[in-house]
Design a protein around this ligand. Structure first.
Ligand SMILES: [Fe+2]
Length: 368
């Protein structure tokens, strides 16, 4: 084997690297429809997965995606089809855009219909089934590109299933955790501590479950945010919150999903954040400006709408729009890298470590 030698690079006086934003882009509905047709016309693949990834022209291997850390796939299931079981350590959020189907995730069977949104937690066995008479199509977003860049994307197709031995849970509950015997003490009043190895291999568990946000439930609430009035300075949306993400306010551990309803004639203030955003517009039409470049879009278009730290704003046209936004916000909160500038006159805030940005919602709705 060839001997490996590390290089030493003197970086003391090297200027910080400039961010090289991937340009924002719209993938028109017509292109997505054409790819859905191509997937539908294939002979059934052996694993049942008619899946196509929508890849940005700037993406490089490994980890192709629509944003540097996010991939978006089109998934088609013809009537009667089912995919093989798979599990992966990436997490996923999906939205059904045509027909209906079942997501079998762990022990849950989640029936989904058009515009429903659900999450698939990492490492859960999952498969999809279309027992209806119409084609089923959904978009799925994941952090696979980031894990592939880290060379740690674990994927198993049709893995062996190990059922826990009967009574194993009770037996485990009766056993004290090894960490209870390990050291864990403060070394001074700053809060710094020393903890034994057992704390590294047995961290606190937060249940992570597949959840679904049904479109009819979400849609019934959206007027509350849509009708905050012309003077409202925030975004007119609901976060689809998964309690497993705790203070990171996500839908999965990597991403939040929000559903926005914008009435006609509404334009946001230009702003920026280190999280990257991908919008799927599923009703209406609108426009965006991203790093000075102007875009127009309509229902069925997908858009890399805010490359991380790119200045952007979106506005409605006509009677307004509905959008699903996926943004790698919880990931950045976990890494303490979520920086946010709510308007370009505001300071750059590190969200989660200092008081965040404010809107005028208090003036508009009063005390609740
Ligand atoms: Fe934004």
């Amino acid at each position: 084997m060839t001997e490996l030698n590390a290089r030493f690079i003197d970086v003391g006086s090297t200027p910080a690297r400039d961010m090289n934003f991937w340009p924002a882009m719209v993938i028109p509905k017509e292109d997505i429809d054409r790819e859905m047709e191509r997937l539908s016309d294939l002979d059934r693949p052996g694993n049942g997965r008619r899946v196509s990834s929508i890849v940005h022209p700037y993406a490089t291997e490994p980890g192709l995606g629509l944003a540097p850390g996010i991939d978006v796939t089109i998934n088609v299931l013809l009537p009667g089809e089912e995919t093989v079981v798979i599990r992966r350590n990436s997490n996923q959020i999906a939205m059904c855009i045509e027909g209906s189907g079942d997501a079998l995730i762990g022990a849950d069977v989640i029936r989904f219909e058009k515009f429903d949104v659900w999450n698939t937690p990492s490492m859960m066995l999952y498969r999809y089934r279309n027992s209806g008479s119409e084609r089923c199509v959904f978009l799925s977003y994941s952090n696979a590109p980031m894990l592939e860049k880290l060379e740690v994307h674990f994927v198993e197709e049709d893995p062996p299933v190990f059922a826990p031995a009967e009574g194993a849970g009770d037996a485990m509950a009766a056993i004290k955790r090894a960490r209870e015997f390990a050291d864990n003490f403060e070394i001074d009043e700053s809060g710094a501590r020393l903890m034994g190895y057992e704390y590294l291999i047995d961290i606190d568990v937060v249940p992570s479950r597949p959840l679904i946000w049904r479109w009819d439930t979400v849609a019934a609430q959206l007027d509350r945010v849509a009708n905050l009035g012309k003077d409202y300075r925030g975004r007119r949306l609901y976060l689809l919150y998964n309690p497993a993400t705790e203070r990171r306010n996500g839908t999965s551990h990597s991403f939040f999903a929000t559903i926005a309803r914008y009435p006609g004639g509404t334009v946001d203030m230009p702003h920026r954040h280190s999280s990257a955003a991908i919008n799927y517009y599923f009703e209406g039409l609108g426009k965006s400006t991203v790093e000075g470049q102007k875009f127009e879009w309509k229902a069925g278009d997908l858009m890399l709408s805010a490359p991380g730290w790119a200045v952007h704003n979106h506005g409605s046209r006509g009677d307004g729009f509905h959008a699903l936004t996926i943004q790698d916000h919880p990931l950045h909160i976990a890494m303490e890298s979520l920086i946010w500038q709510e308007t370009l006159k505001d300071p750059v805030l590190k969200l989660g470590a200092e008081q965040g940005a404010q809107t005028n919602i208090g003036e508009l709705v009063g005390v609740r």
